[in-house]
Design a protein around this ligand. Structure first.
Ligand code: PMP
Length: 367
């Protein structure tokens, strides 16, 4: 480790929360309930399977290094120009590379307390100073959500990059279009704002709007999206960013030429074309999320408001014991100690069977 660059020495490798391989070995597949990673139980469009089979005969070839077909489809769908699009091996890769490209020892990063964990890792990897603006209070309507005023106030002369997530993981909270427009107006033009919209498709709050239409008028705005959540392609690793062509061109210098494999490119394009399936999945999630939140609140625990496909839930002092008992019963949730939310667990909204088994196991664990 001593051979690593100073910025890298303090880094910890990504912690998936649990040893899922060991858990999968320990439980029969129909027993294990995996609700720890905000995956989408509705699954991808059936067109994805066809696309996957179609590439099976082409695997000796390299994929298209430019991702041209997928970019064309994304540009048409989102009303942006192809030079504004950047493809990532998941949006995670892009979030890390923004830090590498734009931040450094003299170019700091600002994020919110309880913002998505990757932003802090990107800051460390870049050797960039990180300021975590205080979040909204626990008794706010958006408990522990982003406080855009506090984030704006935390931007200083050495800030180069700001990460916000809308909605945010792990809190599930979000901010409205007006609040974001006011925030953006306060950010100096030489400070880049990354809006991570990994869960945007799930949102139906009337005050919410994606930041995508703002990119054209704001050369310092970057919006990231993913195929992992609403499109249910987490296993394939495809994400993208929309930004000013100049920013995209800088990122293209860093990007590994074949960062999206052939299957990811083909399947993301196929999934993008199936709007009906996407909307079925969004409805599937919304109905179950509200039912699960009600069932949990009925049990006397605090459930954070959520516009995503997961719920952050406060279990208080018994959190660790409950999590361990649930895991022993084959129900995998995400412990939040790493985020400083040790009294909470994050629960992915599952299908009906998974949610029912979660609630049943929870009643057993709390008895
Ligand atoms: N942003 C947020 C807020 C997330 O929760 C996640 C995944 N958990 C990601 C980005 C990264 O997703 P992916 O790399 O699969 O696109």
């Amino acid at each position: 480790a001593g051979l690593a660059q100073p910025a890298i020495r303090g880094l910890k490798a990504y912690d998936p929360g649990h040893d899922l391989v060991a858990l999968r070995r320990g439980f029969a597949p129909d027993v294990l309930v995996e609700l720890g990673s905000n995956e989408n139980p509705h699954g991808p469009s059936p067109r994805v399977r066809e696309a996957l089979l179609a590439v099976a005969g082409e695997l000796h070839r390299y994929p298209d290094p430019r991702g041209g077909d997928l970019k064309r489809a994304l540009a048409a769908k989102h009303g942006v120009a192809e030079p504004q699009l950047l493809l990532g091996n998941g949006s995670h890769e892009l979030l890390m590379q923004f830090g590498q490209a734009f931040a450094g020892p003299d170019a700091g990063i600002v994020m919110s307390q309880f913002g998505f964990a990757v932003y802090a890792i990107a800051a460390m990897a870049a050797g960039a100073p990180l300021v975590q603006a205080p979040c909204l209070p626990r008794d706010h309507p958006m408990p522990r959500g982003h406080d855009l005023d506090a984030i704006a106030a935390a931007i200083g002369p050495d800030t180069r990059l700001v990460y916000v997530a809308n909605p945010n993981n792990p809190t599930g909270t979000w901010f409205g279009a007006e609040a974001f427009a006011a925030f953006l107006a306060r950010v100096p033009r030489e400070v880049l704002v990354v809006v991570d919209e990994a869960y945007a498709e799930f949102v139906d709050a009337p005050e919410y709007a994606s930041a995508l239409p703002l990119v054209a008028a704001h050369p310092n705005l970057i919006v990231t999206r993913t195929f992992s959540k609403a499109y249910a392609l987490a296993g394939l690793r495809a994400g993208f960013a929309v930004a000013h062509p100049g920013l995209v061109a800088v990122m293209e210098r860093l990007r590994e030429s074949f960062n999206l494999n052939m299957a990811a490119l083909a399947c993301a394009e196929a999934a993008l074309g199936d709007e009906a399936h996407l909307h079925d999945g969004i409805r599937f999630n919304r109905e179950r999320r509200e039912a699960l939140a009600d069932a949990l609140r009925h049990r006397g625990v605090f459930v954070f408001p959520s516009q995503t496909n997961f719920l952050l839930v406060e279990f208080g002092e018994a959190t660790d014991a409950i999590e361990a008992r649930l895991r022993a019963a084959g129900v995998v949730l995400r412990p939040m100690g790493g985020y400083g939310l040790g009294d909470c667990l994050r629960i992915t909204v599952g299908d009906d069977d998974e949610n029912a088994r979660l609630l049943q196991a929870l009643d057993g664990a709390r008895a």
